[in-house]
Design a protein around this ligand. Structure first.
Ligand code: NDP
Ligand code: MG
Length: 385
């Protein structure tokens, strides 16, 4: 019998986390669930723990420790709480692959802890590479850790690169669905509210990334993520809008040949690919059929209307702590938009102001990034009434 891979799911109560549990459940012969973590959704964490019987769970909101511990007292599951536990357990020997599916800056510290132990990290948390891509990449190299992309575009590129030499890549092309507001102009966007923005045409995801998709910030974050994951120069990264989300991304090689990875939009596939890598394992996911998609279309992104994509590109070109500023400001404005405290277009104004006001640090240390995140969040919050 094969040795099963021991999996830690950081952010098990989220969209990626719950889909990962489906993948693991369908392949119990290959995967063994060791660790589950949540922030504040104690009820779902308890339910997951009772069903999947991991060795450990972590609830990062410490005030919920007693609730989780009492609920799991008869189940021989170790219960921990707080960010410190997330970090300590990420650095432990108790698992083989950490699925980093915490949303936002909050996922950075545990991912770094895993990387510093030379672990395999299946990375959904793109913010980690946006905030501190240079430091994380250097640590991956130093500790011989492995980052396997879970983001569908990056999984697509990773799959296109199998058997290829990275020196022979001319450029990559990230596809963007365009989100629910594709084709809309500022006079329309000025009035849109969260309920509409949360309706993504092709993907069902957590609230933050769904708003990022509607504003095209998600694609901006993904450009920066791709830069670090694949060691690319800024000018090797392009974006094209592809509303059907069937081509998940493409690589063009130095001879002009292009490879694309295709399939129906379903995050379970890139999650499964990362967990099973380097193997491909069979599944019963719905298959793509050309006859159901007679036309796959492509168009340039409207960065005059969706300014977040242009701002993200500016931040990528600036480098240093600029992407960290971009990310921190974005996390604050998205949260505010979800509480109806800022308008859709106002989000870009606040991010732009933060990029202008926070001093550029060309070679930040990790503590510079942590400080920068903290200060930018306070600055962004000060723009919100
Ligand atoms: P969700 O909001 O659905 O889930 C986030 C998870 O992180 C939850 O388990 C949540 O716990 C936990 N969490 C939230 N805040 C904290 C915190 N401060 N400390 C510790 N844990 C926390 O997000 P998604 O699953 O949509 O996204 C997760 C990551 O994957 C993001 O970085 C996103 O960009 C990326 N991604 C997601 C895709 C998708 O299809 N959803 C596609 C590609 C990338 P709780 O439930 O208790 O709040
Ligand atoms: Mg993506």
């Amino acid at each position: 019998m094969k040795i099963r891979k021991r999996i830690a799911i950081y952010g098990s109560t989220g969209s990626i986390g719950t889909q990962a549990l489906e993948v693991i459940e369908a392949h119990a012969d290959l995967f063994e669930l060791e660790i589950l973590t949540a922030h504040s959704n104690a009820d779902l964490l308890i339910q997951q723990a009772k069903r999947f019987k991991p060795n450990m769970v972590v609830i990062s909101d410490e005030s919920l420790y007693t609730k989780v511990n009492e609920a799991l007292s008869g189940d021989s599951i170790k219960v921990f709480a707080g960010e410190k536990s997330l970090i300590e357990i990420a650095a432990s020997d108790s698992y083989d692959i950490l699925l980093a599916a915490i949303v936002g800056f909050a996922g950075l510290s545990s991912t770094i802890a895993a990387v510093q132990q030379g672990k395999i990290v299946a990375l959904a948390n793109k913010e980690t590479l946006v905030v501190a891509g240079d430091i994380v990449s250097a640590l991956v190299h130093k500790h011989q850790a492995t980052l396997l992309p879970v983001d569908s575009e990056h999984s697509a590129i990773f799959q296109c690169l199998v058997g290829e030499s990275s020196r022979e890549v001319e450029k990559i092309i990230l596809t963007a669905s365009g989100g629910p507001f594709l084709g809309k102009k500022p006079n329309y966007l000025i009035n849109v509210k969260k309920d509409h923005a949360l309706q993504h045409p092709n993907w069902t995801m957590g609230a933050k990334i769904t708003i990022d998709s509607a504003s095209l910030m998600n694609k901006g974050l993904e450009m920066i993520e791709a830069k670090w994951l694949f060691g690319l120069k800024n000018e090797q990264i392009e974006v094209i809008v592809h509303p059907q989300s069937i081509i998940h991304s493409m690589v063009q090689f130095v001879d002009g040949s292009m490879k694309a990875q295709m399939g129906l939009p379903d995050m379970k596939l890139p999650i499964q690919y990362a967990l099973a890598y380097p193997e491909r394992i069979s599944n019963d996911f719905k298959r793509f059929e050309f006859k159901n998609f007679p036309s796959l279309t492509f168009e340039a992104a409207d960065t005059k209307t969706f300014r977040n994509l242009a701002l993200a590109k500016d931040a990528m070109l600036l480098g240093g702590n600029a992407p960290c500023v971009l990310n921190a400001a974005n996390e604050v404005v998205v949260e505010a938009f979800l509480k109806n405290k800022v308008g859709f277009l106002e989000m870009s104004d606040i991010i732009e102001s933060c990029l202008e006001k926070v001093p550029l640090i060309e070679k930040p240390t990790l503590s510079d990034y942590i400080q920068c995140n903290y200060e930018t969040r306070a600055l962004a919050a000060s723009f919100i009434k």
